[in-house]
Write a protein that binds this ligand. Sequence first.
Ligand SMILES: [Zn+2]
Length: 236
Amino acid sequence: MLCDAHCHLDGSSELAALQRDEHILALINCQSPTEWETNRQLVDGHQPLSFGIHPWQATELRWSEITPYLEATNIIGEIGMDSVWTDVNLLEQARIFEAQLRFAHDHRKPVVLHTKGCERAVLTNIQKYPNRYLVHWYASPEYQADYIRLDCYFTIGPDVLTDPAVTQLAKTIPLNRLLIETDGLAAVTWAQHRPVTVTDYPMILKQSLRIIANLRGMAPAELEATVYQNLQQFLS
Ligand SMILES: [Zn+2]
């Protein structure tokens, strides 16, 4: 059975329906109270949701506005820091990131991490708050061994063959910590430089499985079963 360990629906009822009809287990990301409500209706109890303030929105919401959602969700994320794709002040990002890390740690909720350009800062921060971590679409050649040593889960994105750092990671992650993700259809369009539609979605996941299985010398069906089990374990 297919799974997607980090996905944005971007309001698509078609994608939610396809995931449900094809029995694809997908961890659906929500980065605002409005998106949480929308996604709850779209998945109608069929998929797990994660909620967290994304680094790009680090200054947009007050803590009191988000705590009800952090309490309601079982998974916190994606949260983290980003020095590449946003101009949001890094001190502000660090402040809301650490508050959410502390909340997740205190409430024993697993966390999905966004690390773009801030791999070292995120690594330092999570060492202060031992927890179950999923490092989403890690694409830096640096610190991979440090994150692996912390027993993190990792999602491999659809650029596994075109980004050497992602290829390297896909080969070296311990098998019981390996996951795949699309990050939503917009991210696949970006990563593969081609427009993709909802009907392409199962094929995108199968393609990642085939590529990673090939890199690791495994049968795709065996890898498919393993990453599904890994995602269930991360969520449990
Ligand atoms: Zn994402």
